[in-house]
Design a protein around this ligand. Structure first.
Ligand code: GDP
Length: 480
């Protein structure tokens, strides 16, 4: 179910330009006819004083009815932050350094175990949840599964190295997800550090730093020397305040699985992030295709909890098997309901496996059907080419195909082989992948097959443009 900025503006009776301005302040660049993803639309709606009633596909298909969370039940919740950036720019070091800023660290409660996420407790009583799985793979894997759990991306850029390919990729992922970015310019302790250069390089990716009159917050830090961490935390809090993050704690819990494993002694152990409601010991939980009664709740300090509210990561014991990262979890009223749901999900999983994942996949033909049925007005695409020049030429030609009714929307474009990260991004955005004079890596190919993401290869620009034109006009010739 997609909605454009224009439709959202109509529904809320708010000027489109005001929505666009608000989005820009969040670091999201959208035009009036662009499709806005659910999380961002929700953010906008909340910002303009509307109560959001969201019914996800999963809810509908499984007979849930998302409860209406009235404004007066909503309470401020901690932001959920993911750290992204180029390899070796200091993501892991920064996560470690931030972990040590926890004000309760000196006491028995220091963060002792890795559960895939941790919450830092701040001087002023606030909290920030960090997903402790750095890297784009985790971020887009979650997104590909419809689990947009990150509120804010902290983009780490090493001051002595500048913007690198994975930095650019992280920017594209964050933008595609509509998640605001805060830039942490790391390694400022190093002799070659040059944050001005970093800020200038970010301009090429349409991230305009506040120091240049833009709205992207940048902070100089050193994960190694633990410099600038307080300021980074302040910036995150400021951004969170702007976003007015809220959830209803007084309902049965729902959330997302972050990590899961089978432990010899403890059985299935899953770390979940509660999105709304409060998860309690003794609750009956369905997580992906697994279920069970929550026997124990443990936090990153290895403390036993009796309950966990919104934005809290907790390890749960008691599931009958390990769910997958990105799986949704929800508390259900009784065992019978839990069995019914897990049976259903296992059946869906089997069915999907039987047809090679195509059921939930994305292909040009599927997209054409949706365009013809006027279910969508945009064709999302991921374009990878051998050289930047040809990619630009393709994107330029595709732009020219836009009509009042339909157009191609380029989710990601770039030079280089098709990677797993491209497939994940494509899956998350429902976009087929177009490869021009490039191939996919073996892993990317396997993943695309598994996830049902179509990859089409071309070596002649004209053929490519012609096919997309065909899709947009509902007349693509079937693949031989
Ligand atoms: P990741 O690949 O992004 O997770 O990067 P790491 O956190 O593993 O850091 C890569 C290397 O950079 C390691 O050798 C770190 O010790 C070093 N490093 C990280 N942060 C800093 C910093 O602020 N200053 C300096 N001098 N080195 C750092």
């Amino acid at each position: 179910d997609v909605i454009t900025v224009q439709e959202l503006s109509n529904r809320m009776a708010v000027r489109g330009v005001d929505i666009i301005k608000f989005l820009m302040r969040q670091g999201v660049m959208l035009k009036i006819n662009d499709v806005i993803d659910n999380d961002t639309a929700e953010l906008v709606a909340t910002e303009f004083g509307h109560t959001v009633r969201r019914v996800s596909d999963a809810d509908v298909e499984e007979g849930f009815l998302a409860a209406d969370d009235h404004d007066d039940h909503l309470e401020v919740r901690p932001p959920v932050v993911t750290i992204m950036g180029h390899v070796d720019h200091g993501k892991t070091s920064l996560l470690d350094a931030l972990r040590s800023t926890d004000v309760v660290k000196g006491e028995a409660g220091g963060i002792t175990q890795h559960i895939g996420a941790y919450q830092v407790r701040l001087q002023d009583g606030g909290r920030i949840t960090f997903l402790d799985t750095p890297g784009h793979a985790a971020f887009s894997a979650m997104r590909a599964r419809g689990a947009n759990i990150t509120d804010i991306v902290v983009l780490v850029v090493a001051a002595d190295d500048g913007v690198k390919p994975q930095t650019a990729e992280a920017i594209q992922h964050a933008k595609a997800a509509g998640v605001p970015i805060i830039v942490a310019i790391n390694k400022i302790d190093k002799p070659g550090a040059d944050s001005t250069r970093v800020i200038n390089e970010l301009l090429q990716h349409e991230l305009v730093a506040e120091s240049l009159g833009g709205d992207i917050q940048t902070v100089e830090v050193s994960a190694k020397e633990k410099l600038g961490l307080d300021e980074l935390i302040e910036r995150i809090q400021l951004q969170a305040e702007l976003m007015d993050l809220k959830a209803n704690p007084d309902r049965t819990a729902e959330g997302v699985v972050i990590e899961a494993k089978l432990d010899k002694g403890r059985g299935a152990v899953a770390t979940v992030l509660v999105k709304r409601g409060t998860l309690k010991r003794g609750d009956i939980v369905v997580a992906g295709a697994q279920f069970g009664r929550v026997r124990a709740l443990l936090n990153e300090r290895d403390e036993q909890l009796t309950e966990a509210g919104p934005s809290t990561p907790v390890e749960i014991l008691g599931l009958d098997g390990a769910p997958s990262p990105g799986d949704a979890f929800a508390v259900v009223e009784n065992d019978a309901r839990a069995r019914e749901l897990t049976d259903y999900r296992q059946r869906v999983k089997r069915d999907k496996a039987a047809v090679g994942g195509a059921a939930a996949g994305v292909s040009l033909t599927d997209m054409m059907a949706k365009l013809s049925a006027k279910k969508v007005s945009e064709l999302p695409l991921v374009i990878k080419g051998d050289v930047q020049g040809s990619v630009e030429a393709i994107v330029g030609s595709l732009d020219k195909l836009a009509t009042d009714e339909v157009r191609a929307r380029i989710i990601l474009s770039g030079a280089g082989a098709i990677s797993e990260s491209d497939v994940q991004l494509a899956k998350g955005a429902g976009a087929p992948i177009i490869g021009f004079n490039v191939r996919a890596s073996a892993q990317a190919r396997a993943m695309a097959e598994r996830e049902g993401v179509e990859i089409r290869y071309y070596s002649i620009i004209y053929d490519l443009i012609d096919d997309i034109k065909g899709v947009l006009s509902g007349m693509l010739a079937p693949i031989q």
